[in-house]
Design a protein around this ligand. Sequence first.
Ligand SMILES: [Ca+2]
Ligand SMILES: [Ca+2]
Ligand SMILES: [Ca+2]
Length: 266
Amino acid sequence: MLRFKWNNINLIVGTLLFIVFILIQVFSNKKLNFSPIIEDLTPGSDYAYTIALDSEDFYVAGSCDSCGSLGSLAWQIEKRRKSDGQLDPNFGNSGRIISDPTSSDDEAYSITIDSSYMYIAGVQAGQSSDYAWRIEKRDKITGAYDPHFGLGGYVVSDPTSNNDLARSIFIDNYYVYIGGHQNGSDILGESDRLWRIEKRDKITGAYDPHFGLGGYIIENPSTGDDFIYSIITDSSYIYVVGYQVVLDKPGNFAWRIEKRKITNGQ
Ligand SMILES: [Ca+2]
Ligand SMILES: [Ca+2]
Ligand SMILES: [Ca+2]
């Protein structure tokens, strides 16, 4: 009799523990997820292109239409909590930053972070309606420009008077690596586009003079449009992927994958 009761108590306690375990699972799943965030801040077209994570937050960058002071597309950067997706009120203007360097189309395409800063690459319009590379470095807590980097927090790289576009950014402990394309017309008398890779000092934004042609590499695998889409490094090498035209046949594109020495780009 006593043994039977003891078994009953075990059964009841076990069942209760199981129910508590299920409730904890349900509660934590609910807490760690959020419904899709649909953000339609302007009547025009707004694009989110890139995301980075740290332990507590995530960072999204892209563009929004006529949302800045100068007009047309502008960069938009947000910082949100991973737990519930809410904007971080300490970052920028209640969780958002609008960077609108020109009255034409400016867009952020790639973001990466370290323990203190965010690094963002994209385009801004140039002097004569063309595009130039733009790289921004900002404080991860407040979103403010890092004044030691480039022209007070940003670098503009405009290798040609035609459309040049930075697509991907990656960092290590000392350098920033950016991949994209530049127009070929100013260099080879062509109307095509070329791969371009830049390596810059993480503190100042200056070119690393030991890399390629004094901080950058240009490469033209075809007389058509050749584009870099992503760049990444390990301790010794840079890996770059994108596409190129095959045998100079317009419309016949192929994957292109490169591995280069991180020191000099060879
Ligand atoms: Ca603009
Ligand atoms: Ca340009
Ligand atoms: Ca080309």
